[in-house]
Write a protein that binds this ligand. Sequence first.
Ligand SMILES: [Cu+2]
Ligand SMILES: [Zn+2]
Length: 170
Amino acid sequence: MTHLAVAALALALPFAARADPAARAALKNAAGETVAAATFSAAPGGVELTIEASRLPPGPHGVHVHAVGKCDGPDFKSAGGHFNPSERKHGLENPAGPHAGDLPNLTVAADGTGNATVKLAGVTLDAGAASLFHEGGTSLVVHADADDMKTDPSGNSGARIACGIVERLK
Ligand SMILES: [Cu+2]
Ligand SMILES: [Zn+2]
């Protein structure tokens, strides 16, 4: 092993505890431009999602995992409703909720960037009804407005402005 290889290995070690992403989503807007990217990694009791916006409108936006892995613009209705394998109501603050696909709002800065890392409890990257890879797949959708976290079925978050299919990486 060369010295260079040893150095590379040492640099890689601090990140070894974190699972490599098992899935990704490239989110495009109605014009077909890539505006955000997401990665999904296995985590205890669910899946860790990291989303990085690069060119979304400023402000808070509702973000959800939707039940169908299909992102047909411009309205992205093909993505279906929120991913909800346990048949609950919408919203992280809803006593009868949340949907498995419900997430906190994503805040985007004036320059169109923003990022967040959040846990999706109750979903899996493995097999089964709660899998992000269930039959027909899933997608990640960003909305025009903030999610109020309680209004069923979609938190009054407005139009779907970006969508990306959840794709397996390994
Ligand atoms: Cu949504
Ligand atoms: Zn929901």
